[in-house]
Design a protein around this ligand. Structure first.
Ligand code: HEM
Ligand SMILES: [Cu+2]
Length: 623
């Protein structure tokens, strides 16, 4: 028998440390699931004995979540020291640090962005499957209608809760906000090091939900309908719960960071627009996420106990009210970051002072305040006439503060020296698409029109214009704009514009037609439809596939530049905001000394003046 020479031991432990912590998380998660599921299944009285019951799978899932989150590094780096024990934790270096727990807000931001992009790809594949099914008027790709409906649900759920809610807030927010406020870390770095791992976990839970059976309620999990679904709905509730928990932690972290971690001189008056946007969104999240999480817990208990909250104890409308009470603000959770980003990019690209900045902030804040007042416009068909009126009114009113943000963008563009770069055209495209989404939304606020087009593809057209048109196009703009910051490398304008124009044309060709086909009578949530709609559906699907390929092109191109694009200068856009006053990519501690802010960031009338003076030593930069 050979023994390991003592001298080699440190190397051995180094080698084991080199295994990315995600593998450990995966094993611990698997063990967690098997252990808790087995214990609970064993306690059940059912004969014949079942290895997976509704209750056991819920506990198994909780075990899996704990195992995964602890295994990815939370145990070593966070829990052990919290229990007063020695931690052997060392953050891995190089690419490995992205595959485990990290307290660095830039690593966490990138982890959020990559997880979210993974969700985008998975949910995008689901979209392609739906569009392929809809190329024909009869069942041909899917065997049963429930499979189509599960796909709709998986697509919508992952898109809303892991892309719409996460990319620009958890991803860009975590990366940018500490930099924007001149701090070297976020307020709760250890918490966000953990919360990011809930995202891939939640996405996979939803994506694998059909393992427990198809569910048919879409991204909204409607009760009491969900009770007649197969058990897949359990994974819907659980997966969304994990995703929402992650977003809630992000919201707490960003709010605290913006309030408490601002550099000296960074008054509310000088706070960058994206930070204002993140503050508004985080407050929305803090108000509404707990509400919807509890609603999902009620739905879950209804399924596994059962506790009939939405039938015997309440009315079937109870769930609708509770869901849309969150569901409408969710739309603004998705859109407010996009509005804020326009106001961030346009002054830089136009070399012009932000127009009517205070009105932009008022717009963001009032959109936030109004968004909780309009939920019932999603359920007009369930209401009496006199109940409808106030909701119709408030829905139309919300376009006023949204309009403020819009006017700030337009006013800044007006007579500016606009540089036509890829981020610029993506922002302009986002503004154009969002305008169409907004205008069709005004139609829907009108009860008469609403009754006509309710649950048709008109609605599908409207919300995709708002969400893809507004939020996804802005996210792409942000990716191109901040690519030099993230990677120190610059994309090629020709290829960037090619990617932007590709998705813009394919997007409009696909989704503008949905308004028409909706008016002609194409219902949503149906894999089978009248024959006269088939040619148009076929054509829409072709454009949808082109759009999917366009997104793929942009993702692959951005990744390629990130890894091996040409190195560029540190502040290629000559922006004045603080995140650009650091190295690109920023060093481990972004600011060597705390910056002192001496003026606002958006005055480009004099191109040379810098708003921040690196202050000698007014204290060691906090970590
Ligand atoms: C290539 C891009 C996309 C295509 C082709 C696409 C296509 C579709 C289709 C065919 C439906 C089902 C309509 C029905 O039968 O009711 C749908 C629903 C939906 N989509 Fe998309 N989609 C895309 C991107 C997105 C994105 C980026 C988001 C959000 C971030 C999104 C959010 C939703 C939501 C929330 C639903 C509703 C699901 C439900 O009713 O439960 N989609 N989409
Ligand atoms: Cu709404």
């Amino acid at each position: 028998m050979s023994r390991i020479p003592v001298a080699d031991l440190p190397l051995l432990s180094q080698a084991s440390r080199r295994i990315p912590p995600v593998f450990k998380g995966f094993i611990w998660g698997l063990v967690g699931f098997l252990a808790l599921n087995a214990i609970v299944a064993d306690m059940s009285q059912e004969t014949p004995h079942q290895y997976v019951t509704q209750v056991s799978v819920v506990f198994g899932w909780i075990g899996a979540m704990l195992g995964w989150v602890l295994g990815t590094g939370t145990w070593e780096a966070f829990m052990k020291p919290a229990f007063g024990r020695m931690s052997s934790w060392q953050e891995p270096s190089g690419w490995r640090r992205y595959f485990g727990y990290s307290t660095n807000h830039k690593v966490v931001g990138i982890q959020y962005m990559v997880s979210s992009a993974g969700g985008f790809v998975i949910a995008g594949i689901a979209a392609m499957l739906m569009r392929i099914q809809l190329m024909e008027d009869h069942m041909w790709l899917f065997q049963f209608p429930q499979q189509y409906l599960s796909t709709v649900g998986i697509h919508g759920t992952i898109m809303m809760f892991s892309v719409g809610t996460v990319f620009m807030v958890g991803g860009l927010g975590n990366y940018l906000i500490p930099l924007m406020v001149g701090s070297n870390s976020s307020a709760f770095p250890r918490l966000s090091g953990m919360s990011v791992w809930l995202v891939p976990f939640g996405i996979l839970t939803v994506a694998f939900s059909p393992l427990l059976g198809d569910w048919t309620t879409g991204w909204r999990g409607y009760e009491p309908l969900a009770q007649s679904d197969a058990d897949g709905i359990i994974f819907y509730y659980l997966g969304v719960f994990a995703l929402l928990l992650s977003s809630l932690i992000v919201a707490l972290n960003l709010t605290a960071t913006i309030i408490y971690k601002r550099a000296p001189g960074l008054t509310w008056n000088r706070l960058p627009m994206y930070a204002w946007g993140m503050l508004a969104v985080s407050l929305l999240n803090i108000i509404w996420i707990p509400e919807i999480m509890m609603t999902f817990v009620l739905g879950l208990l209804n399924k596994i106990v059962p506790l009939p909250f939405f039938t015997a104890l309440g009315s079937p409308l109870t769930y609708l009210q509770l869901f849309w009470l969150f569901g409408h603000p969710e739309v603004y959770i998705v859109v407010v970051p996009a509005l804020a980003l326009w106001m961030e990019i346009i002054p830089v690209m136009g070399r012009k002072t932000l127009f009517a900045r205070q009105w932009g902030i008022i717009g963001l804040v009032f959109v936030m305040l109004f968004s909780g007042l309009v939920w019932a416009h999603h359920m007009f068909p369930t209401m009496r006439n006199q109940e409808i009126l106030p909701f119709s009114f408030f829905t139309e009113m919300i376009s006023v503060p949204t309009g403020f943000a819009y006017m700030v963008a337009i006013g800044t563009l007006w007579k500016s020296k606009l540089q036509i770069t890829t981020p610029t055209i993506l922002v302009l495209m986002s503004m154009f698409n969002f305008l169409i989404g907004g205008l069709t939304g005004l139609f829907l606020a009108d009860p008469m029109v609403n009754m006509q087009v309710h649950d048709t593809f008109f609605i599908v057209g409207h919300f995709h214009f708002t969400i893809i048109g507004g939020m996804v196009f802005s996210s792409l703009a942000a990716l191109y704009y901040y690519l030099p910051k993230f990677s120190g490398r610059m994309y090629n304008e020709t290829w960037g514009k090619f990617g932007a124009v590709w998705v813009f044309l394919a997007f409009n060709a696909t989704f503008a037609q949905l308004f028409v086909i909706g008016l002609r009578g194409m219902n949503r949530w149906v894999p089978v439809y009248p024959q006269y709609l088939q040619p148009m559906n076929f054509e829409i699907s072709i454009f949808a596939i082109l759009l999917g390929l366009g997104f793929l092109f942009n993702i692959v191109y951005i990744l390629r530049i990130w890894v091996k694009g040409p190195v560029c200068e540190e502040n290629p856009w000559k922006s004045k905001t603080l995140e650009w006053q650091t190295a690109s990519p920023p060093a481990e501690h972004s600011f060597a000394s705390v910056p002192r802010v001496v003026s606002g960031f958006y005055d480009y009338s004099d191109d040379c003046k810098s708003p921040s003076a690196p202050q000698g030593k007014i204290g060691i930069a906090d970590t």
